[in-house]
Design a protein around this ligand. Structure first.
Ligand code: NI
Length: 139
């Protein structure tokens, strides 16, 4: 396990009080735990901005399978990008609505492009991309 280093952080007491209230609501046990998560999040977001880094994304889509050709269009899109598609999960929510989550791997540009294509498919009611790191570059 790598060595743990301590460092001091200066901020106004108002900012610190607001931070303490927030991390308590979010369930953090202490400031160090919260700051570590914030630093990791910043590193992942930075990795995302560098297009040559490999990243991962989870695209979640909600659609009515009886509207247009949504299932066929989404399947065609995934087959065309099969190298980048890791897996997908389909949930039949009720008689009409489907929830699908598609895991995508590649450069941030590739993941963003595939997510945009899936999300802009006509008939998709709602959805979004959660982008993350492969974890390999994170300490
Ligand atoms: Ni379904």
């Amino acid at each position: 396990m790598p060595a743990v280093r301590r460092f001091g952080v200066s901020m106004s007491s108002d900012l610190l009080r607001a931070f303490d209230r927030l991390i308590k609501r979010k369930g953090y046990k202490n400031r160090s735990e919260a700051i570590r998560d914030i630093v990791r999040d910043l590193l992942v977001r930075n990795e995302w901005e560098e297009s040559d880094q490999e990243v991962m994304g989870a695209v979640t889509l909600l659609y009515d399978h009886e509207t247009g050709h949504v299932p066929e269009t989404l399947t065609d899109l995934q087959h065309r990008q099969h190298d980048a598609i890791v897996c997908s999960t389909h949930v039949h929510m009720d008689q009409h609505n489907c929830l699908e989550t598609i895991v995508v791997r590649g450069t941030s540009r590739v993941v963003r492009t595939i997510a945009d294509q899936l999300l802009s498919t006509r008939g998709v009611k709602h959805g979004g991309l959660v982008s993350t790191s492969t974890g390999r570059t994170l300490p």
